[in-house]
Design a protein around this ligand. Structure first.
Ligand code: DGL
Length: 282
């Protein structure tokens, strides 16, 4: 019960992304914590969020969070860097206290920023992300709060999400766009020794990113760091952990057609995806 006597709902952990990218995060979270229940929501009908304005990303993300709350999630992970960069803070500070102060919304940028210290030796890191995430400077701010001595250089890669969403990420055509952005980033700072994949779609491009990146540079997908950070959060917050149900289930919601989601999500997760339901957000 809450202090004012209302019942605190129990339910699955909500995982939200603009499309399929968040599945790379969900995959790592489920591997780390298979006992929990999960409800994934992809706003596939309105993806990509990367080029959209702050106001629109905030509005769409808030709609998704409200939907996941309505469906019983006590905790929602914004498994989307663009949504974390443009909507998380306002939702945490302005909306949550009004909607339900006992629920929580967490993002992916802070847990990724926390790992930087253990990864870089040169103290120069590169962030590959959507235009929205780079323009927001969220990585720069989060990293500098923790490690002010680290030089952070960003590179927006606007074509990478469409390549992944359209299943062209292994094609020859993808080479041009991957090489172009890696080169542009390294021209801006040649001391970079760590590349953060600051978009949940990019792990699917990792083979190509490796191909065009000098071997001494470490390439870091964020899924494992987000998963470990969530596990740590639940250990430190037993009141939230006890509200997360644990039957090992996973359900999927999409704003697109279920058949399209099943097909594409199976590529991301490398396993059959069933139990998909179509919903509308408003
Ligand atoms: N997956 C989202 C992210 O991590 C980006 C996809 C989009 O542009 O919608 O930033």
């Amino acid at each position: 019960m809450t202090k004012n006597g209302t019942l605190q709902e129990k339910g699955p952990i909500g995982v939200f992304d603009s499309g399929y990218g968040g599945l790379t995060i969900l995959d790592k979270i489920r591997k780390q914590m298979p006992e929990y229940d999960y409800l994934y929501l992809g706003d596939n009908a309105r993806t990509p969020y990367g080029p959209r304005s702050f106001e629109v990303v905030y509005e769409f993300t808030l709609q998704a969070v409200k939907k996941l709350f309505e469906l019983g999630c006590p905790l929602v992970i914004l498994a989307c860097n663009t949504a974390s960069a443009k909507a998380l803070r306002t939702i945490q500070q302005t909306n949550l206290p009004v909607i339900d102060p006992t629920r929580r919304v967490l993002g992916v940028i802070r847990p990724t920023a926390e790992c930087i210290d253990q990864l870089t030796k040169s103290r120069h890191i590169g962030i590959l992300a959507t235009s929205g995430t780079i323009k927001s400077e969220s990585y720069l701010m989060e990293i500098h709060k923790l490690f002010p001595d680290v030089t952070v250089t960003g590179e927006a890669c606007p074509m990478w999400v469409p390549l992944v969403e359209n299943n062209e990420y292994q094609s020859k055509g993808a080479d041009y766009f991957v090489q172009k952005h890696i080169n542009q980033l390294l021209e801006k700072d040649s001391d970079i020794d760590t590349l953060i994949l600051g978009c949940t779609h990019y792990p699917l491009l990792i083979e190509k990113i490796r191909q065009f990146t000098p071997a001494h540079i470490r390439i870091v997908p964020q899924g494992e760091y987000v998963a470990r950070s969530l596990q740590d959060y639940l250990r430190r917050h037993p009141e939230m952990d006890s509200r997360c149900t644990k039957n090992g289930t996973c359900r999927f919601l999409t704003t697109e057609s279920t058949s399209k989601f099943e097909e594409s999500a199976s590529i991301f997760l490398r396993q059959d995806v069933m139990e998909v339901e179509s919903i509308t957000l408003e």
